[in-house]
Design a binder for this molecule. Structure first.
Ligand code: KG4
Ligand code: ZN
Length: 340
């Protein structure tokens, strides 16, 4: 059978990315132009700055992806693009570029849900992975426990009631003066800290055992920081980072492993930016192995935002006949399982 080459495009937040992936699994190129430095001085992503930068970068990034893959535009079989969730202005840049390319080439346009893209990153890193499995998606905007029943059937078992896990990392990093993005900064500081130094809260809901809440944890950390500041004592940044990281990973792991046991899953996947966290990967693997459940996660570069994951998800949508028409628009608050 002829190979299917999908050009993936991702511009939902602060990464301008394009990638060529063969048959949903083999990455020929994965170009990511990060705007992190541009937003760092503001302590977070500034939407208008992000959109403008995407406009400047989108065509060179696509050109690079094709060049590195060693193919011409005419060899692309379909164009897949993130259409939500994300920042509307940022999404529109990718959606407009994808529409123009697909239309001029006479090739199918495929719309991809960013969160489903994060999940698909696991198909690239694990060629033998097939649904069903359980997936924890933890990123800057989302924390979901998802039963992936098939390539296009996603059932949410748990979600955050307030902050996403990555958002909590970013906010606490800011309070500790560690900069943006917070996840990698906290992880680095935590290496020299004692995870038992502070007993920060772990929240559970009796009516929804797989749901998360990180706002109480965030407040507890901020109060601790204030106490040190008020007393004029030096801030134990490493110990706070390690204790906070442990509190977040404990709940993510507990709830995910319980959900996997409830549906008798034999595989847990982790996805999204927070999946890059080594403590989360290690603790999840340890706990799941006690239950004979295997744990998979994408290569580091495929955990945070990239277009290879969008091309992979786009391939499976294409195979299922789910193509978009020229009316495709950005949907900033798109929910998981809603793509069509
Ligand atoms: O998936 P992603 O790149 O973008 C969204 O779709 O949100 O995730 C970014 C989030 C940020 O909140 C960042 O702080 C977090 O992932 N993150 C991490 C790590 N690397 C990135 N969180 C914890 N540990 C990390 N090593
Ligand atoms: Zn993302």
């Amino acid at each position: 059978m002829k190979d299917t080459m999908v050009l993936g495009i991702e511009t939902s937040c602060d990464e301008t990315a394009a990638s060529v992936v063969v048959n949903g699994r083999k990455v020929l190129s994965n170009i990511i132009s990060s705007q992190v430095d541009l937003h760092a001085e503001y302590g977070g992503v500034v939407p208008e700055i992000a959109s403008r930068r995407h406009v400047e970068l989108i065509l060179p990034v696509i050109d690079n992806a094709l060049k590195e893959a060693g193919i011409t535009l005419e060899e692309v079989d379909a164009v897949a693009v993130t259409y939500g969730p994300g920042l509307v202005g940022a999404l529109l840049v990718g959606v407009s570029a994808a529409k123009a390319l697909a239309f001029s080439l006479g090739k199918p346009l495929v719309s991809v849900n960013h969160i489903e893209g994060h999940i698909a990153a696991n198909y690239i890193s694990h060629p033998d992975l097939e649904p069903p499995y359980l997936c924890l998606v933890a990123s800057g905007g989302h924390s979901h426990i998802v039963h992936v029943v098939s390539y296009s059937d996603f059932r949410i078992m748990g979600r955050t009631r307030d902050d996403a896990a990555g958002e909590a990392f970013d906010k606490i990093a800011r309070v500790l003066g560690l900069g943006y993005p917070g996840g990698p900064a906290i992880e680095k500081a935590a290496k020299d800290g004692n995870p038992e130094a502070f007993d920060f809260p772990r929240v559970n809901f009796t009516d929804a055992p797989y749901d998360f809440s990180f706002s109480g944890l965030k407040t507890a950390v901020i109060n601790t920081v204030h106490q040190f500041v008020q007393k004029g004592e030096p801030l134990p940044v490493e110990d706070i980072s390690a204790s906070f990281q442990k509190a977040v990973t404990d709940v993510l792991v507990d709830h995910t492993v319980s959900a996997a046991m409830a549906i008798k899953a034999d595989t847990i996947c982790i996805a999204g930016g927070v999946a890059a966290n080594t403590l989360l990967r290690d603790r999840m693997s340890e706990r799941a192995s006690e239950m004979n459940i295997r744990v998979l996660y994408p290569r580091m570069i495929l955990c945070t935002d990239n277009a290879a994951m969008i091309a992979s998800a786009g391939y499976y949508a294409l195979k299922a006949g789910r193509t978009a028409d020229w009316r495709l628009n950005a949907v900033p608050s798109l929910k998981i399982g809603e793509s069509g």
